[in-house]
Design a protein around this ligand. Structure first.
Ligand SMILES: Nc1ncnc2c1ncn2[C@@H]1O[C@H](COP(=O)(O)OP(=O)(O)O)[C@@H](O)[C@H]1O
Ligand SMILES: O=P(O)(O)OC[C@H](O)CO
Length: 496
């Protein structure tokens, strides 16, 4: 009887359950879309209960596949959109406020206050992060400030905080287990990544009571078992990692210096820096990649807030396309973007600018501009933002990248991948199994319970589906990128 690892991937726009077999292939998958709300400009919120229900739904659907069932599941790996903050009541399990999504800018004022009070260097030296609304810490502070009575309750130990992994584990274990892993903890702005503990100074700075926080574990161990009433049998939850770190693991980037870039709602490039945490001078983040078998690995990260989300905007906001896949055909229907640049700074800009105020802008339109040019320019913006990040990474790491491993929803777009490769001037490598995030979580879980024996065994499972080679000449590359750099500068100037 074949057994599987069930990987639960709770992303920004969808929740997926995937069955991974011993060869590292996806045997079945179920998916459910997540609806977000945008109550004010720059705010992004979600319904934590809807996220939980979507998780139950997708797990039930994969278990109902022919010849599956809960007794075929050796263990569960959980991977999640990171930083998104949920605060819930310990006794009822009810969230006190919607989940504040990682992209949301509603804590910009709190961040300004912390910066004015001169906390930036302390935060950076303890967490490897920056004071920015992106991270969970100020989102918790905002909830405790805004929801009447919540601060008092939190201080009495009646409220709990979790990133989405903690929230799902709490629900899956019927409120018995309140934990997270080091990779998720490292995104909260409250965790000291060098001393590996919640940091009292940071908790005081953000006014977060310690009793709200989950226990921090490694990324690959048994965290608890699902409540037997849920899926008919208790199943061990044996791997947990934030989705970008999970993708790094899933791509087999185990050596120092190996890099991957994931194109989902946002776009995140991570480099494994081994046991050494590298501090950045170029707007990158220093973060924990994972802890496996007692070995803690750090990463350098470049974070782009809007990537695939810009394609969703073309679909839902502008109605230019019916489906994200249509963007490829439209982009290829024109020779070039004809000087049009879209800067999709809908929620500000992350690496390397870290500017919460800048908003999306379109430059260079003429009477001849069509929706095809705008669609093409939007897709190109994903590649330009990635180039900005890669330049910062090469500077900080003191090395040149020879190829880029890619994954995520938007790598299905052949136009985007070729343009990306042309813009970077290095080969872009797409694996056969594009679900690196889900694979990473499955591998972490499988290693903990002996489903796989070693990282080496896992890495041997990876296969490349396609390698894109650069076709653009250097002069053209430089000209296009110079235009992008001017457009970003102008968008920032407009915000000022
Ligand atoms: N063919 C495509 N071309 C461009 N973007 C795409 C395409 N297919 C999906 N996307 C984008 O990929 C994103 C979904 O990818 P996924 O990895 O599931 O994201 P997440 O984990 O952030 O929810 C969406 O934002 C969608 O717009
Ligand atoms: O939803 P994704 O896959 O774009 O990932 C979100 C990131 O984890 C945010 O930091």
């Amino acid at each position: 009887m074949e057994r599987y690892i069930l990987s639960l991937d709770q992303g920004t726009t969808s929740t997926r359950a995937l069955l991974v077999n011993a060869q590292g292939n996806i045997a079945a998958m179920a998916q459910r879309e997540i609806v977000l709300s945008y109550p004010h400009p720059g705010w992004v919120e979600g319904d934590a209960e809807q996220i939980w229900r979507s998780a139950v739904d997708v797990v039930e659907r994969v278990l109902a596949e022919p010849n599956v069932g809960a007794d075929r599941i050796a263990g569960i790996g959980i991977t999640n959109q990171r930083e998104t903050a949920v605060v819930w009541d310990r006794s009822t399990g009810a969230p006190v406020y919607p989940a504040i999504i990682w992209q949301s800018r509603q804590t910009a004022d709190i961040c300004e206050r912390l910066k004015r009070d001169g906390h930036e260097e302390t935060v950076r030296s303890k967490t490897g992060l920056r004071i920015d609304p992106y991270f969970s810490g100020t989102k918790i502070a905002w909830i405790l400030e805004q929801v009447p009575g919540s601060r008092e309750k939190a201080e009495r130990g009646e409220l709990l905080f979790g990133t989405i992994d903690s929230w799902l584990i709490w629900k899956l274990t019927a409120g018995r287990v309140h934990v997270t892993d080091v990779s998720n903890a490292s995104r909260t702005l409250l965790y000291n990544i060098y001393e590996k503990r919640w940091d009292d100074d940071l908790l005081a700075m953000m006014g977060v009571p310690k009793g709200m926080l989950p226990e921090v574990r490694s990324s690959s161990e048994v965290f608890g078992e699902t409540d037997a009433a849920l899926f008919g049998r208790a199943i061990p939850i044996a791997g947990v990692a934030g989705d970008q770190q999970a993708a790094l693991f899933g791509q087999g980037c185990y050596e120092q210096g190996s890099v991957k870039n994931t194109y989902g709602t946002g776009c995140f490039m991570l480099m494994n820096t081994g046991s050494k945490a590298i501090a950045s001078d170029s707007g990158l983040l220093t973060t924990i990649a994972w802890e496996v078998g007692g070995e803690l690995v750090y990463a350098l990260e470049g974070s782009v807030f809007v990537a695939g989300a810009a394609i969703q905007w073309l679909r839902d906001g502008l109605g230019f396309i019916a489906d994200a896949a249509d963007s490829e055909r439209l982009a290829e229907s024109v020779e070039s973007a004809e000087g049009v640049y879209v800067v999709p700074a809908f929620v500000g800009l992350g690496t390397p600018h870290w500017n919460s105020d800048v908003r999306g802008s379109v430059f260079g339109i003429t009477r001849g501009t069509t929706k095809a040019h705008l669609v093409r320019a939007t897709l190109e913006s994903l590649a330009y933002q990635t180039k900005d990040v890669l330049k910062a990474m090469e500077r900080d790491a003191g090395m040149k990248l020879s190829r880029l491993a890619v994954d995520g929803g938007a790598v299905k777009n052949g136009f985007l991948m070729q343009f990306q490769c042309d813009m970077l001037g290095v080969p872009v490598e797409k694996p056969v199994v594009n679900e690196s995030t889900a694979l990473g979580a499955a591998f972490l879980a499988g290693l903990a319970i002996g489903y796989w024996d070693s990282k080496e065994q896992i890495r041997a499972l990876r296969q490349v589906e396609r390698e894109y080679s650069p076709r653009m000449d250097e002069a053209e590359r430089q000209k296009l990128y110079a235009g992008w750099s001017r457009a970003v500068k102008a968008a920032i100037a407009f915000a000022e």
